[in-house]
Design a binder for this molecule. Structure first.
Ligand SMILES: NC(=O)N[C@@H](CC(=O)O)C(=O)O
Length: 431
């Protein structure tokens, strides 16, 4: 199979070139290639990037196939420019053993639109009491490297220490949902004037920051690898800056979500649960600090925390609604808007935060690679100028809980290629 990408600009730099993909790899790059191809994708000067890697996706299968399935979530991922996603473990049953992670991994392969890497739970049933069989999941067919109780915090410091020590022995990573549960009992919104005015119980910034500080100390002490999920406060960015500068032995990485880059708790006045998410939308100052931290590398990457929910879990009163937002098909647009249009990142920077760093953090050798001859053809082709309007009903996810409904976003994904095969083109998935 030969696919010819015409008139594309790798990393948005220089004059347009053609890129010939042969089999699974990039075979040739040059101006006006005259190659016989089975398929020609017209780029029209669009930006060619390495395919995106999402360290934080909820695919809901097994258990809540009314909200998302591995198939619908994979479609959303391909349409969003992703070539690999990490499926969080908070399914039902929980992905805390080899049988479940192998099921998720196999189903991802059957669908074939994106590499689905299951995340293993850190503790049995996400209960925070006993370590799950991390080594067994590591040595299963799914080869799990990333472990997380996301949705819940591993709040027992001794368990967290053991998880960091144990995963270190096989090059694994603990991705922490940083939320001190004693400080967020009943919490509904960012603790501040808006929550007070609206009568919503507050989720204070130190509930996140105290766990981040503790875990950075534990990572340094154990030499384990910590990844901080969905950083949401300016204070967390400051802590990461401090700990990353110290080079104290452990490896610390962090992600920010598109919604925390763009949205704030000003949106809560309508009490529309589409804006309910964990950690909560915070202040303007937090969002600006997070953009800065992403631009200067303090926060390594963007991860979606794509969290689809069925209508009955969102179309209800605020306190009963589940937290979470769709993210896979809008991530690029929001990064383009908040980071590229603002001048904080160029397209090489976008490749870093959406592809290269997440692939490195997760230890993927065939993703996040340069757009260059001989490299695997995992690619996202992006029209930087095309604006589009978000319509949740038109997104591939089963859940429709997008807070970006009706928004116009720049940066449209024209095509996605997974190992040389076009998985999405002009808004349609290829199966
Ligand atoms: N991020 C969210 O708001 N929701 C996540 C889990 C969680 O972190 O609560 C989900 O699984 O729905």
């Amino acid at each position: 199979m030969r696919v010819l990408l015409k008139d594309v600009r790798p990393y948005g730099e220089g004059e347009p070139v053609d890129v010939l993909v042969e089999g699974t790899t990039i075979a040739e790059i040059g101006p006006e290639l005259n190659a016989d191809a089975d398929e020609i994708v017209q780029g029209g000067g669009a930006v060619l990037l390495p395919g995106f890697v999402d360290l934080h996706t909820h695919l809901r299968e097994p258990g809540r196939e009314d909200a998302e399935t591995i198939e619908t979530g994979s479609s959303a991922a391909a349409l969003g420019g992703y070539t690999a996603v990490f499926a969080m473990a908070n399914t039902d049953p929980v992905a805390d053993n080899a049988v479940i992670v192998e099921h998720v991994w196999r189903r991802g392969r059957e669908v074939g639109l994106v590499d689905v890497h299951p995340v293993g739970a850190v503790t049995v049933g996400l209960a925070g009491e006993k370590l799950a069989e991390l080594g067994t999941m590591r040595h299963s067919a799914a080869e799990v490297r990333v472990f997380s109780d996301d949705g819940k915090c591993v709040h027992d410091p001794l368990l967290m220490r053991r998880a960091l020590e144990y995963t270190r022995s096989f090059g694994g990573l603990v991705a922490q949902h940083a939320e001190e549960p004693r400080l967020t009992v009943g919490a509904q919104a960012h603790e501040g004037p808006n929550a007070a005015r609206l009568g919503l119980a507050g989720w204070p910034a130190p509930a996140e920051e105290s766990i981040v500080a503790r875990d950075c100390l534990l990572a340094a002490h154990t030499g384990g690898s910590l990844h901080v999920c969905h950083v949401s406060t300016a204070g967390t960015a400051e802590l990461l800056r401090f700990f990353k500068d110290r080079e104290a032995g452990g490896a610390v990485s962090a992600e920010v979500t598109p919604h925390h880059l763009l949205l704030t708790d000003e949106r809560l006045t309508t009490y529309d649960p589409v804006n309910k998410v964990n950690p909560p939308l915070r202040t303007d100052a937090d969002a600006l600090a997070l953009r800065q931290a992403l631009a200067d590398g303090t926060v390594d990457c963007v991860a979606t925390d794509h969290a689809p929910h069925a209508d009955q879990d969102k179309d209800c009163e605020w306190s009963a609604a589940k937290p979470g937002m769709l993210g896979l098909q809008t991530a690029l647009g929001i990064v383009a808007q908040t980071m590229v249009r603002s001048g904080l990142l160029d397209w090489r920077g976008v490749a870093r935060v959406l592809s290269e760093r997440p692939a490195e953090i997760a230890g993927l050798s065939d993703q996040g690679r340069p757009v260059a001859v001989g490299e695997p053809a995992n690619l996202a082709l992006v029209d930087p100028d095309a604006e589009w309007t978000v319509r949740a009903a038109e997104l591939a996810s089963l859940g429709q809980n997008s807070p970006f409904e009706g928004m116009r976003l720049p940066g449209r994904v024209v095509a996605t290629l997974l190992r040389g095969t076009v998985t999405a083109h002009e808004g349609k998935v290829r199966r």
